[in-house]
Structures are given as structure tokens and as C-alpha cells.
Design a protein around this ligand. Sequence first.
Ligand SMILES: Cc1cc2nc3c(=O)[nH]c(=O)nc-3n(C[C@H](O)[C@H](O)[C@H](O)COP(=O)(O)OP(=O)(O)OC[C@H]3O[C@@H](n4cnc5c(N)ncnc54)[C@H](O)[C@@H]3O)c2cc1C
Length: 393
Amino acid sequence: MHEERTQVAIVGAGPAGMLLAHLLDREGIESVVVETRTEEYVASRIRAGILEQSTVDLLREIGLADRLEREGDEHRGIHLQWTDRGHSERHHVDFVDLTGRSVWVYGQTEVQKDLVAAARERGQVVHYEVADTALHDLETGQPSLTFTRDGEEVRLRAEVVVGCDGSFGPSRGAVPDPRTWDRTYPYSWLGILADVAPSTDELIYAWHPEGFALHSMRSSTVSRFYLQVPNDTALDDWSDDRIWEGLATRFDLDGWTLQTGPITDRSVLPMRSFVQTPMRHGRLFLAGDAAHIVPPTGAKGLNLAVADVALLAPALVAWLRKDDASLADAYADTAVRRVWRCTHFSWWMTTMLHATGDPFDEQLQLSQLRWVTSSDAGAAGLAENYAGLPIGF
Ligand SMILES: Cc1cc2nc3c(=O)[nH]c(=O)nc-3n(C[C@H](O)[C@H](O)[C@H](O)COP(=O)(O)OP(=O)(O)OC[C@H]3O[C@@H](n4cnc5c(N)ncnc54)[C@H](O)[C@@H]3O)c2cc1C
């Protein structure tokens, strides 16, 4: 078996893994990243698109925000809409006025490309297309990963292993006797990308008796839309016409028109909340989707992955460089406090906005929507959570 050695072995080259490698490198800590997919596949996965203030601040601080500043789009807030007894209202919640914080529209694909470009520039070792990743000896001072690369078996020895391998990777399962919390929602999102200019300046979250809809965007020429659909919906059931008609109905508002265009990507996304603790076992640390999943309604998944590694990187630096393990020992508790805040916010946005068919739920949702759009106190809570609490919250 071929042997390699590094200080930090990172499983997964998604945003959490690649950002962690970048943050460690800035402090002189060496890492190796292993990834099952190809570099192109990871960089082209259409997923999150909203960066909260803390994420943008961090990317600026570490010199990774040049393209974001040029091509990203800063938003002051979001629009919330509802349709009650045939009458629609749309209200703007201004995060900047309420909290002094904003969000940026910049796709996860673009964040990933920036991270990959920076990794290439500094000569970061990333082993793509590995198979059979397994974690070993995590309770000892000499943990390791084994994997197969180009038919060759490799053992990567390290001082620390970090599981950034998302919800399907092996790291989560390497924590013995974890505690888990799980909620599967009774609906999914049908998401599309379309080559059409956004019909709105900022995102529209629409509550409608037929189901939730979200109008998001990726650029001045590409729009992203989501429709609430039943679980197990088949993509074939939704023709282009049906999708555009569904969106037009749910966003219907006097004096406003939805522009349509060619659909270039479509997928069905199940809605799930999941948290696993502890986020550390011996010399294994978990970060990002490997430890938690949120439904995308609060735009938190990517931002939470960033926050985890922003907490973890200085903890590993202090441990590996100065033999000070205090931050590493605190990581699991510090990170999970923020995880639960974001889990609650994502659940709250999800349950406020999705139609359940239950008339009692409907009245509660409409009441909640009226409150967060008419009371500064109600709006400030939404704004503070959506634009994001400071990393160390
Ligand atoms: C289908 C989907 C759609 C989403 N849409 C949205 C959205 O619209 N809005 C939003 O806010 N958030 C969305 N999210 C959430 C957001 O994209 C994630 O929270 C974010 O990608 C988390 O980053 P991560 O690095 O922790 O995990 P990931 O991005 O999942 O990266 C984990 C990496 O680990 C790799 N890996 C897995 N197993 C192994 C192994 N055995 N060995 C080596 N590597 C391995 C994977 O290939 C992957 O590249 C979506 C997530 C998914 C899965």
C-alpha cells in the first residue's frame, strides 16, 4: 500500500473541505483533500446561491472575493408575498435598514470555482476520483484515511481527520453512538434554472394555497425558481408549460409579470432537517453537511458549512502549531450552538411558507407573514437570521 503523510486529512472537496484547506494553508498547516467525484462534477453542482454577510466578510478577509465583488449581486433584503382569498400582497423586508447586514447572490458553483482556482495556485493536493474512503484509528494520535486512487491503495496518515463529505460520506458514520435529530417534511422543491433575466430585483418568497414558490436568480440573465411539490414527484410530471403556469399562479400580483425562458436544469430536492452530535470524535472533526442538513428555505446550508470551518480552522491551527487544544476541545459545542440556531430558522421559514392543506396552519402562516412584514420587531428577527449572525454566535 502506498503511504502518504500530511497534517490534516480532509474528506470531501465541497465548499467546506476546500475552504478549510485554504484557511489552514494561510496559517502554514498542510492538508490533503480526498474526493470521490471529479473536479468538474463538484464545481458544476447547482445548489445554494445566497451568501450571508459573515460568509462574504470571510471571503473578503482571505482574498477570495474579487470575482464575487465583480459578478455577485448585493441584496438589501427579500420580498415576502401571500395570496389570501384571491388577493395577493408583496412586501419588502429590508435587512440593511433593520440590521445593517446584507446578503449576496453568488452561486455555490462560483464559490467552488474560486476555491479550486486558489487551491491550484498554491499547489494544494486534492485527490479527485478516489474510491473506498475509510477512516482509521481516530481515537489514537495517528489517525489515517485509506482509499483507492487509479487502482492503487493509499494510506494517508495525518494528525487530524476532518469529515467534510456531506450527507452521504463515511465520516458521519465513524462517530460511535451519535445522537441524531431528524425531520422529513411532507413536501419537496422542484428547482429549475432558466435562461431569462430575473423578473424581480430581489428574491420573492411566495406563500400560496397551491404551494410555496421562490423566485431567485444567479445573474442578470439566469433565474432560479422553486415550486413546492409533493414528495416523490417525478420530473416527467412537470412539463415546461406546467412549471411556468405554476410559477405564474403562485407569484401572481397586479401590475407584475413573470418573464419566462428556456429551462436549462431541473431537479427535485427533498426537504429535510438533520443534526448529528457530537461533531468530534477523538481526532475526527465533522463540518458542513456531514454533521447537519437544513431545508434550503432559509438559505443556510452553504453558509453553515462556511461557519463550521471558520470556527474549526483557528482551533486546528492553535492545536497543531502551539499545542493549545482549548479551541479544538470547544469546537463541537461552539459549532452546534450555531447549527441549532440555523436549524430553527430554516424550520421556521419552511413551516411559515409551505402550504399543508390544513386550514388552521393556513391562518397561522398568514398571521405570521403579516406580522413579519408589518412589525419592525418581527421583521428584525427574520432579517438578523437571514443575513446571518456573526460566525462566533
Ligand atoms: C441537491 C442539493 C441541493 C441544494 N440546494 C440548495 C439550495 O438551493 N440552497 C441552499 O441554500 N442550499 C442548498 N443545498 C445545501 C448546500 O449546497 C450544502 O449545505 C453545501 O453544499 C454543504 O457543503 P459541504 O462542503 O458541507 O458538503 P458537500 O457540498 O455535499 O460536499 C461534500 C463532498 O464530499 C464528497 N464525498 C462524499 N463521500 C465521499 C467519500 N467517501 N470520499 C471522499 N469524498 C466524498 C462529495 O462528493 C462532495 O463533493 C443543497 C444541497 C444539496 C445536496
